[in-house]
Design a protein around this ligand. Structure first.
Ligand SMILES: [Zn+2]
Length: 307
């Protein structure tokens, strides 16, 4: 009944706040720490396999290899979160970075480059990344890669080999995966938005068809044991997973492309396809609906041969 439900809810809230207060009183050290210095939000270092793990705070998931033989960082988020990452690296005795790899040019993956650059021997990215940073991310100071590659780049760090690879235009015109071979971990950058409507950057040369092709090629290049790191993810599904997740994203993008192809066949305009398409069969996907419209527009260009 409504009356008893609302009473229960009030009672629950009251007990919750009492619980929180009791928790705070029972942790005097936390209160002292909070009073003596400003509370600083920091991200989290999560080990995955061997010496490879992730750092999550705000922006695209950062990948790391931290070993006695060297340090590799994948992506740099924003300036403030990169400061926190750098602090965490110092605490772990891994202050000097051998290589910082950027998976693509977007600011939530590259804006921290300037903070990490003084500690990094080299910054590596696909050949088009600096040009795309200049063209589309120029509102703030930028730090660019000093080493670039077209198809593949690799480095050996102790007994680990790290391999960056570009397939074809997908999320942007210049995406790379970063494979830690011995750990069998692949950082996907924004080639994966796990159960989120993916952002797709048409002006920088993205392609829905290319993105599908890329995910197929990545799955073919790696095995069933490979652990994947995702640039972004819904909270429920998380920023790491298996090839199954890649398959779900491939299927989602295939549905987007098929809807656009059907629209082109029926003589619909890009606006009509973007505004009228409802994708069914992906109940777990969340995020801003306009991202779906953007993806449909890029897919429309793919389908009509405009790219
Ligand atoms: Zn991105």
């Amino acid at each position: 009944m409504a009356g008893s439900k609302s009473w229960n809810r009030r009672a629950f809230l009251r007990h919750s706040s009492l619980g929180l207060l009791a928790g705070a009183l029972a942790s005097p050290t936390r209160l002292v720490a909070a009073a003596s210095r400003p509370v600083r939000l920091q991200g989290e270092f999560t080990p995955l396999r061997r010496n490879v793990g992730i750092y999550t705070e705000r922006g695209g998931t950062i990948g790391w290899l931290l070993s006695d033989d060297g340090v590799v960082i994948v992506d740099s988020q924003f300036a403030d979160t990169a400061e926190n990452l750098a602090d965490g690296l110092r605490d772990r005795g891994s202050e000097n970075i051998d290589v910082l790899v950027n998976t693509h040019h977007h600011r939530d993956h590259t804006a921290g480059n300037g903070v990490l650059a003084p500690h990094a021997r080299s910054i590596v990215a696909h050949a088009r990344v600096p040009e795309l940073q200049r063209a589309y991310e120029a509102d703030e100071p930028q730090t660019y890669a000093d080493t670039t590659f077209d198809r593949e780049w690799s480095i050996a760090i102790g007994d680990e080999t790290v391999r960056a690879r570009h397939y074809v235009p997908a999320h942007t015109g210049a995406d790379a995966t970063v494979f830690f071979e011995e750990a069998n971990v692949v950082h996907m950058g924004d080639l994966m938005f796990n159960r989120l409507y993916p952002f797709i950057d048409g002006p920088s040369g993205a392609s829905v068809r290319g993105w599908i092709e890329t995910l197929e090629a990545v799955m073919a290049d790696h095995d069933a044991e490979t652990l994947y790191v995702f640039g972004h993810a819904s909270e429920r599904f998380g920023v790491t997973g298996s090839r199954e997740e890649l398959g779900v994203q491939r299927d989602f993008l295939s549905a987007v492309l098929e809807a656009a192809e059907a629209g082109v066949r029926d003589g619909a305009t890009a606006d009509e396809v973007a505004e009228e398409t409802v994708l069914e069969g992906f109940p777990d996907h969340e995020g801003p609906p306009e991202r779906l419209a953007t993806a449909l527009r890029v897919a429309y260009d793919d389908a009509s041969g405009a790219q």
